[in-house]
Ligand binder design. Structure first.
Ligand code: ADP
Length: 490
C-alpha cells in the first residue's frame, strides 16, 4: 500500500494488477514531482513488457466471470467505487494538484466527473438493449444482442489524470470488459491512488489493472498481445497515429482522443463582457493544458480592441501560484519542457509580428522559484504565419486574430488538420445554428465553454480522433453487436 496521506511525504505506491500491489519486476523506480516547487511527490515502479503481460493475464482471467455478471451487478460494483472516491475526495484532489499542478477547485471538478462517470455508466449499461428485427423471411427470427468487446488496453495522458481513467474504465467495466491501464509518467501517483480505491471497493481481482513505467514497452504489449481486443488512447496525434498503425496488424478496435486546435469566435453581436470572461476561463483552465482549450481566438474587427483590453485586464488580475493555496486561479505548467515549448511558440509569434499585451514570460519572484510557471499571456495581431496558429499551444497564451465576415472566419476556423472543439459567441440564434452546423469539429460550445459531462459524447473529427467518450456513444465503444438468426418451426 502507499504512504500518500494528508501529509505531503514522498509516496511509494505500487502497481496494481490481479487485485494485489506489485513493485516492478525489474525493481526499478522513477520519481514524479510537484510542478509548483520541484519537490518529489512519489517514487513509482518503472515497469515494462513483463509487468504489462502479467496485468494482461489477470484481465484475461477475470473477463469470463465479469462479463457474465448481470449489468445490474456490475453497476453495484461501480457505485461502490464511486462511494470510495467520495470518501477520499480531499485526499485525491490534493494529490492531483500536487502532481499535475491544477488548482484545487479544478482537481475537485475532475473528481466529480470521475464519480459521475462511474454512476452514470453503471446505470446506462443496464440499458444496453439489443433488438428483435422484423424478418423478411418466414420461419426465421433475427435477434441482435450487445456483448462486451473483451479485454481492453487504455493509455492516458497527464493533464486530466483522474477523470481520464474513469472516462475509459467506467463504460468499459459497465459493458462487461476488463482493462489494463497505463497512466502518463508525470501523474502515475494519482493513477495508483485511484487503483487503491478499486481494491478498497472490493472490485473482483483483474477487472482493472494499472501498470506504470516504460510507455513504448507497455504500449507494445497492448498492440501485439492478441488477447487485447481494443485500445483506447488519449494523447498526442503523433502517438495516436503510431498506435493506429500498430493496431491495424491485428484489426483491434480503437478509440482515439487526440490533439485539438480549438477556434473561438467572438462575433460582433456577442455579449462582450460575458464572452471575455468565458474566453479567459477557457484559456487559462489548467494553465492552458487542455485539448479543448482556446487555441485561436478570432475576434470581429469592430470589437477587437475592447476584447483585447478586457482579456488583458483579466490576465493581469489572475492569481497564479501553487494550486493548493487559497485564491489561486492558475497553477504551473506540468514541467519545464512544457514551459520551453510555450516560450518557443511565443518567440516565433513575436518574430512574425504579434504584440505581447501582457505576460509573454515566466512568472518572476520568490513564490515561483522552483516551479514551472508561465504568466497568463495575451498576444494581439497574431499573423496566420505564426506556428501557434497551426500547433496546439498547451499553455496560458491567448492568441487573438481579427476577422470581418462570417464566411471568412469559418474558413479560417476549419482550415486546420484538427477538429476537436470550437466555441462561438453570438446573440443571433440563426447565426449560432448556422455556424455550429458548418464547423468541422466534434463539439461546439455556443456562449458556453463547459462542454463535458458524463452524459454527453466527447470527441473529435479529422486528426483529433476516432470515437466518443461520455454519453450513450461512449458505451458503444466497448460493445460489439452480434446477430443471432434462428430457424423457428411453426
Ligand atoms: P502528451 O503530449 O500529452 O504527453 P503523449 O501522446 O506523448 O501526449 O502521451 C500520452 C500517453 O501516451 C502517455 O501515457 C504516454 O506515456 C503514452 N505514450 C507515449 N509514447 C508511447 C508509445 N510509443 N506507445 C504507447 N504509449 C505511449
Amino acid at each position: 500500500m502507499t504512504q500518500t496521506g494528508a501529509n505531503d511525504s514522498v509516496a511509494e505506491p505500487l502497481m496494481m494488477y490481479a487485485g494485489a500491489f506489485h513493485p516492478a519486476i525489474g525493481g526499478e523506480t522513477f520519481t514524479s514531482t510537484n510542478p509548483a516547487d520541484g519537490s518529489v511527490v512519489a517514487r513509482i515502479p518503472f515497469g515494462g513488457a513483463e509487468d504489462a503481460k502479467r496485468a494482461v493475464d489477470a484481465a484475461v482471467e477475470a473477463f469470463p466471470a465479469w462479463s457474465a455478471l448481470t449489468a445490474a451487478a456490475r453497476a453495484r460494483h461501480l457505485h461502490r467505487v464511486a462511494d470510495v472516491l467520495e470518501s477520499r475526495r480531499d485526499e485525491i484532489a490534493r494529490l492531483i494538484t500536487r502532481e499535475e499542478g491544477k488548482p484545487l477547485h479544478e482537481a475537485q471538478g475532475e473528481l466529480q466527473l470521475s464519480i459521475d462517470s462511474l454512476r452514470w455508466y453503471g446505470e446506462e449499461a443496464r440499458r444496453a438493449y439489443g433488438s428483435w428485427i422484423p424478418d423478411p423471411l418466414p420461419g426465421r427470427r433475427l435477434l441482435s444482442v450487445r456483448q462486451p468487446v473483451g479485454v481492453c488496453g487504455a493509455i492516458i495522458p497527464w493533464n486530466v489524470p483522474c477523470a481520464m481513467i474513469f472516462r475509459k474504465a467506467a463504460p468499459a467495466l459497465a459493458a462487461g470488459c476488463t482493462m489494463v491501464l497505463k497512466p502518463a509518467e508525470a501523474t502515475s501517483a494519482v493513477a495508483l491512488k485511484v487503483a487503491e480505491a478499486f481494491v478498497e471497493a472490493e472490485l473482483p481481482a483483474g477487472v482493472i489493472n494499472f501498470v506504470t513505467g516504460k510507455a513504448s514497452a507497455i504500449g507494445n504489449v497492448f498492440l501485439t498481445d492478441e488477447r487485447i481486443r481494443k485500445i483506447s488512447f488519449t494523447g498526442s496525434t503523433e502517438i495516436g497515429r503510431l498506435l493506429l498503425k500498430g493496431a491495424a496488424e491485428q484489426i483491434k478496435r480503437v478509440s482515439m482522443e487526440l490533439g485539438g486546435n480549438a477556434p473561438v469566435i467572438l462575433f460582433e453581436d456577442c455579449d462582450i463582457e460575458a464572452s471575455i470572461r468565458a474566453v479567459a476561463a477557457l484559456k487559462y483552465l489548467n494553465a492552458g493544458q487542455a485539448c479543448i482549450g482556446a487555441n485561436r481566438i478570432y475576434v470581429h474587427d469592430s470589437i477587437y480592441d475592447e476584447v483585447a483590453e478586457g482579456l488583458e485586464k483579466l490576465a493581469t488580475a489572475m492569481k497564479v501560484g501553487d494550486g493548493t493555496a487559497d485564491g489561486v486561479r492558475m497553477g504551473p505548467l506540468v514541467d519545464f519542457k512544457a514551459v520551453e515549448k510555450v516560450e518557443e511558440l511565443v518567440a516565433d509569434a513575436v518574430k512574425c509580428g504579434a504584440q505581447i499585451r501582457v505576460g509573454g514570460c515566466r512568472m518572476q519572484g520568490p513564490d515561483y522559484e522552483n516551479g514551472s510557471f508561465y504568466a497568463p499571456t495575451v498576444l494581439t495581431d497574431v499573423p496566420a504565419s505564426a506556428r501557434l496558429n497551426r500547433e496546439e499551444i498547451f499553455g496560458p497564451v491567448a492568441a487573438l486574430y481579427r476577422f470581418t465576415a462570417e464566411d471568412e472566419v469559418l474558413a479560417l476556423a476549419n482550415g486546420v488538420e484538427y477538429g476537436l472543439s470550437a466555441y462561438i459567441f453570438t446573440e443571433n440564434m440563426d447565426r449560432a445554428i448556422r455556424v455550429s452546423e458548418r464547423l468541422e469539429t466534434g463539439m461546439v460550445g455556443v456562449n458556453e465553454i463547459r462542454i463535458g459531462a458524463a452524459e454527453a459524447p466527447f470527441g473529435g473529427v479529422k486528426a483529433s480522433g476516432l470515437g466518443r467518450e461520455g454519453g450513450r456513444e461512449g458505451l458503444d465503444e466497448y460493445l460489439e453487436t452480434k446477430l443471432i438468426a434462428m430457424r423457428v418451426k411453426d
